[in-house]
Design a protein around this ligand. Sequence first.
Ligand code: ATP
Ligand code: MG
Length: 423
Amino acid sequence: MAKKIQAIRGMNDTLPDQTPVWQKLESLLRQVVSSYGYSEIRMPLVESTDLFKRSIGEVTDIVEKEMYTFDDNGNSLTLRPEGTASCVRAGNEHGLLYNQERRLWYTGPMFRHERPQKGRYRQFHQFGVETFGMASADIDAEIILLSARLWKKLGIDKHVELQINSLGSNAARAHYKEVLVAFLEKHEAQLDDDSKRRMKTNPMRVLDSKNPQVQALLVDAPKLSEYLDDESIEHFKQLQKYLDAAGIKYVLNERLVRGLDYYNRTVFEWVTSSLGAQGTICAGGRYDGLVEQLGGKATPAVGFAMGLERIVLMLNELELNNDVPSDVDIYSVLVGDKTDLAGFKMAELIRTELPHLKIMHHCGAGNFKKQMKRADKSGARLALIIAEDELQDNCVTIKDLSGKTDQKTIEMDSLLTVLPTYF
Ligand code: ATP
Ligand code: MG
């Protein structure tokens, strides 16, 4: 036998038993964002490597070690590890951003060369929103409310916690970095190698350390909140006012700094304890400097991205995945000579006249018992049976596979009025 070729590690197939959960999630997402007036944008999967280096930052996990980068005739290209940079690039390129207000959303695969584990893959899917041209905290609150609405619709709202923080202005953060580095240098002996390296390259990331010893040391570290500029403090207060008014609970997490360079002021994460270590299902914040940094005119912006695999995992673990509709409503069973032609005709008629019903036409003939087994397996509510008697009398037999109603034989001509009474 020929050797089988397998999928690439960390890049998953989504099989038919899982696609209904994905579709449910995707359709709810579309519904929620359109109820807030957001428009979809679609960007390529591949961009210039420089785009990610310049936006995400040279000294971040993504750019240092997670990008799939390759040479294309002398150009360095990268499979997109996230959507924000591409969205800003597209917005600048097509003049969507300057002096305008934009509310955009996107979804699709992202690629990061990480160690695959539960909730962490090399190809994964994000759904994100990016808003441009609005500097006040009401838009920060809006995108948080939008995400909260989705959790509610999915039924996972009791299992997620909102954490928020403010990173302040660039100047405030630069000042804080100096104070933090001075503190870390004093305690360098207690830092692990990773934190020592980060102290030199991207010191705020030390606050992110998962090492308990480093975390213990940080209890006494200077706090970013004490170095925030007045405008950022006011902005953060406003955000909390809006969240309070909307009844959204949140936790202030001073250590929340996010891994990417482009954030300022508001940052937030939705976190769950039901997924183990990979607990962040949605993360975002304000990035007022990025549009200009990527060659556009200064434009305030705020957005988030959610990891869809992690949300699907949650839905599966909380058993919220079973109210998805079946792929099939009706299965046709055709026994005897020429009934296949009548069956085709009936199925096509139903598809034309009752397009919301999903009908699977039996192919390959076979005896009645075998066909009924297929009908059961299809998950259909009804089997429509045409045997020789029905063919002769121009009738069809309706068998309710849920057992809720009795079997009956009706005139073919009344089928289109009878069928909707079952659904
Ligand atoms: P983490 O701390 O888990 O590595 P991150 O800060 O790198 O997350 P972001 O860049 O903020 O993640 O991406 C937004 C969201 O996308 C994350 O909160 C998570 O839900 C999801 N995500 C990120 N990386 C992966 C991955 N490798 N596999 C699956 N989902 C991911
Ligand atoms: Mg990461």
